[in-house]
Design a binder for this molecule. Structure first.
Ligand SMILES: Cc1cc2nc3c(=O)[nH]c(=O)nc-3n(C[C@H](O)[C@H](O)[C@H](O)COP(=O)(O)OP(=O)(O)OC[C@H]3O[C@@H](n4cnc5c(N)ncnc54)[C@H](O)[C@@H]3O)c2cc1C
Length: 329
């Protein structure tokens, strides 16, 4: 549950949240702002507030069990009325609004096949109907399917946060300037998903960021790809996943991206392996690649499997995905 703590964090007080019989948490306040600026202001000024996306986590029956009391949200800031539900394909990029659901991505004609395949890894259709892309990123879970895929795609995210000075990460797109009465100074920025995932715990202000949009370079849609995940049952959340995007051939790899879920605290790129493949080409024997990947996987033992088991399966599915993307399987 460690991964939830960061995002569900708000300013901590010692209240106990009212819990109804059956474990339902009763949130004390519900706000439905109509602009991103208003949402950021509410999240900033309310005690123990959280943005509400699709609510698959915040409204989960076991929310109260999943999140320690001191990190639970008490006020919800709904993103329902914000204009961040569009999918747009331009000559440069694919732009996906934070409130777009997994099912909407799957049904869109504009979304790249690789992203659809990754979205499809979330097998539970009821969850796909509600779960948003923004919520998936904000959770920063070790094995969030979309986050892993977007990391391989070198995606950027557009965020809004209070006060530009608070966070050094990313490029400022818009600064609302001096705060007006009743409003706060907000800043709209773009940064890489990698910067966001790595920076949330350390870069001031990022934890409070409202994710607005995801930007994926259009060239990604032209790359060959393979994705694979490992889960206990068909309907389970992935324990491990590997997404590979490649340009070129097995004999001449021009560009390769390998991202994995379930092997680190959040989605991770295996840049050492990418560089090895670019410099030395594809090994003749797949086991050679498995051996190179294995020591890079920092897995942990939990209810879903031992660290050793996950390291072995992780190395196998990563190597398989590389060979598959290059047409060698
Ligand atoms: C039964 C079940 C199955 C699941 N299966 C999978 C699976 O196969 N793969 C997978 O990756 N995940 C899975 N999940 C996890 C989760 O549903 C998804 O990661 C989902 O995308 C979360 O999005 P949401 O909109 O529902 O988030 P919410 O529950 O609304 O919010 C989750 C967190 O993100 C924050 N947040 C939401 N939107 C934003 C935003 N725009 N900006 C900033 N912060 C925001 C919230 O404040 C909260 O802290 C599953 C969950 C359940 C309950």
């Amino acid at each position: 549950m460690e991964q939830f703590l960061g995002v569900l964090e708000a300013r901590v007080t010692k209240f106990a949240l009212p819990v109804l019989p059956g474990g339902f948490v009763l949130f004390k306040e519900f706000h439905q702002p109509s602009s991103a600026q208003e949402a950021v202001g509410l999240r900033h000024n309310l005690l123990r507030a959280a943005y509400l996306g699709g609510g698959t986590i915040l409204n989960a029956l076991d929310y109260e069990k999943m999140v320690p009391e001191e990190f639970r949200a008490e006020c919800l800031v709904s993103l329902e009325s914000l204009p961040v539900r569009q999918i747009e394909l331009t000559s440069e990029e694919l732009v996906i609004g934070a409130m777009v659901t997994h099912q909407e991505m799957l049904e869109s004609e504009q979304v790249f096949p690789v992203l659809k395949e990754i979205v499809g890894q979330m097998r539970n259709r009821n969850i796909r109907n509600m779960a948003t892309v923004g919520g998936n990123i904000a959770l920063r879970s070790s094995n969030g399917n979309i986050s892993v895929g977007l990391l391989a795609m070198d995606a950027n995210i557009e965020i809004m946060l209070p006060q530009c000075e608070a966070s050094s990460a990313g490029e400022v797109l818009e600064n609302s300037g001096q705060a007006q009465p009743g409003k706060i100074n907000v800043c709209r920025k773009v940064l890489s998903l990698a910067q966001y995932l790595e920076g949330v715990e350390t870069v001031p202000g990022l934890k409070e960021a409202l994710i607005l949009k995801v930007h994926i370079p259009r060239a990604i849609g032209e790359m060959r790809f393979a994705t694979r995940c490992y889960r206990r049952t068909a309907n389970d959340i992935s324990i491990l996943s590997a997404d590979v995007l490649v340009k070129g051939t097995a004999g001449h790899i021009e560009d390769i991206r390998l991202a994995m879920g379930g092997i680190a605290r959040h989605a991770a790129r295996l840049t050492d392996i990418e560089n090895m493949l670019l410099e030395q080409g594809l090994p003749k024997d797949r086991d050679e690649l498995v051996s190179a990947i294995r020591p890079l996987l920092h897995t942990v033992s939990d209810v879903r499997g031992s660290a050793e088991f996950k390291r072995e399966v992780g190395a196998q599915i990563a190597a398989w995905s590389v060979y598959k993307a290059l047409g060698q399987i």
